[in-house]
Each structure stands twice: as C-alpha cells, then as structure tokens.
Design a protein around this ligand. Sequence first.
Ligand SMILES: Cc1cc2nc3c(=O)[nH]c(=O)nc-3n(C[C@H](O)[C@H](O)[C@H](O)COP(=O)(O)OP(=O)(O)OC[C@H]3O[C@@H](n4cnc5c(N)ncnc54)[C@H](O)[C@@H]3O)c2cc1C
Length: 313
Amino acid sequence: MKKVNNVLIIGSGPAGYTAAIYASRSGLNPTLISGLEPGGQLTITTDVENYPGFENPIQGPWLMEQMKKQAEIFGTTIINDYVKNVNFRQFPFVVETEKEIFNSYSVVIATGAKAKWLEIEGEKDFMGLGVSACATCDGFFFKNKVVAVVGGGNTAVEEALFLSNLCQKVFVIHRRDKFRAEKILQERLLKKKNIEILWNQEVEKVIGDKKKRCISGVEIFNNKNKSKRELAIDGFFVAIGHAPATDLFKTKLKMDNEGYIITAPDSTKTNIDGIFAAGDVTDKIYRQAVTAAGMGCMSAIEAESFLNFKKII
Ligand SMILES: Cc1cc2nc3c(=O)[nH]c(=O)nc-3n(C[C@H](O)[C@H](O)[C@H](O)COP(=O)(O)OP(=O)(O)OC[C@H]3O[C@@H](n4cnc5c(N)ncnc54)[C@H](O)[C@@H]3O)c2cc1C
C-alpha cells in the first residue's frame, strides 16, 4: 500500500518550516513541499532586523537556510516540487505535485502571499536597496529620511501613517483624486504635518545608483496636466495590495473576498477538519516572518491533536 503521511506541509517560508520543526520534533515525520520559491519571501530581501534572537541584522536568505536545516535535523523530508492540485474531499487527503501524488492524514497550507508591484523601470533593480513593499519591515532603515508611498487603499494610508512617525517627510502618491481607504484613516493622514499627498500622479520609474546601492528618487507623471518631474526621495514603498497564493484551493476551502483562507478564531483550522492554514496565506494584517512562524507552530500542534483525536497516532 502507498505510504500515507501524517502531516504534509505545502510551502517553505517561515510558516512552513516552523510547522515542520514542531511536527518533526513531535515524531510525526512530516513531508514539506518547498514550491518554486524555497525559503519564501524573505529570500528576496537583505537585512532583517526584527526577527527576535539576533543582536545584529541578519540576511533573509541566511535565516531561511537556518530554518530549513533545523527542520531537516529533526526529521522533515523536504521535497523540491510544486503542488498543482489537491483533493480534500477524499480522506486521506490527496496532494498532487508536478512529479508525484502524496496522501496525507493532515495538511498544513503555508503558501504565503506576494506583494503586488507596479512593474515599472528600476523597481526590481532597487528592491531591498530603497524599494520596499513593507513599512513595518523596512521603515526603520529610513529614519529621519524622505520617503514616498504609492497607493490609495487602506494599506497605503496605514503604511504612510507608520512611516510618518519615523521619517522626516512622507509623500503619498496616488493616481486618482481621492482615496479608497476608510474615512477614519484618511482623517488621520490629513492631520499629519509631515505627510504630503500628491494626487493624480503616477510613478513611472525608480531612479538610483546601483553601485551606491540606493535610490535617489522616482519619476512621476501628472495625469491631469500631463507633466513629468523627478521627486527626490530616499525610500519608496509600494502599497498597492497583496495577493495570497491560494488559486489552487479555490472552491475547495473557505476564503474571503480577497482570496485569503479563512481560519477559526485563534486557530489555524480551516473549514475542513485536518486541513490547516498558517502564515501570510491567511493573514492580511500582520504579514511578518515572526507571526507566520507563530502560526506555523500552532498548525503543527493542532495537526497533532487532530491525528490523536482520529487515533491515527
Ligand atoms: C522584500 C520583503 C522584505 C520583507 N522583510 C521582512 C522583515 O524584515 N521582517 C519580517 O518579519 N517580515 C518581512 N517580510 C515579510 C515576510 O517575508 C513574510 O511575512 C513571511 O515570509 C510570510 O511567511 P509565509 O511562510 O507565510 O510565506 P512565504 O514566505 O510567502 O512562503 C510561501 C512559500 O510557499 C511556497 N508555495 C507557494 N505556492 C506553492 C505551491 N503551489 N506548491 C508548493 N509550495 C508553494 C513558496 O515556494 C514559498 O516557499 C518581507 C517580505 C518581503 C517581500
């Protein structure tokens, strides 16, 4: 008979690896499928200063490598493959990758999310060198400096408010003449003396010096009077939304209208017993490595209880 896994973890970001560390230390011999981005989002950043336990900044890829090794040491089987289909109606559950079909009594979904980018010239080149999609993560690097946030929804306004407490000046660049953000947030924004809103402006290019590893500004286009100019800034925050990696689970699990998997309060349990979701795939508020890791821990503990309850272990 084909082997049935106790726990199958989909995703190798902080949530997936933490679930793997806990599940393997509980003797559950988990299998983790790493996906196309082994290590997840932190592998595309440089300095990480807010993951607890490190006095000095650490590199995102290094941190993820440590998590991987820790998961492997305790007995996680890591498979470099990509899940293309799942069947959660059948029990044991079925998870199909490009190369194999897995059966498992429980599944932890830790497929994360991706920031949406503007896809303009220079944006990719200066990612981590002045271009960011996370004020909580990178705002501190721009303390007392001049930054800009692009976007018009809640995220953009919240990022601008956060940055206004750290930075000398914050521009909010929006392509329309009004925000989509909640009224209360807009009111808070308008009260801030160091925030300036640039209405009807579109960012066309990020300008910087690769050798100096920093940006010097952005080129903006005024869609009302059709003029172009350069705005001098030290940091550029793209806040036009995030997309959870949940296409695979559409119609198979309960999700909200933005595609985030819905979990029970204070839990990683989804609407199907034995299927758990952890990290950015279910979190549109905090989106941090440490919160993703925390949820990964919860998912492994909850998976173990489920397996116990079902008398599988
Ligand atoms: C540039 C940048 C800088 C950041 N800096 C910080 C910081 O300084 N501090 C901080 O706390 N947070 C930071 N963050 C946020 C942090 O990286 C995320 O909150 C965290 O990585 C979320 O972890 P996760 O495990 O939920 O998902 P992710 O890290 O997004 O990992 C998702 C995983 O799922 C896998 N996957 C997706 N689809 C499939 C599939 N179909 N089959 C198999 N696998 C799949 C991917 O390969 C990936 O391994 C930053 C994010 C970015 C983008």
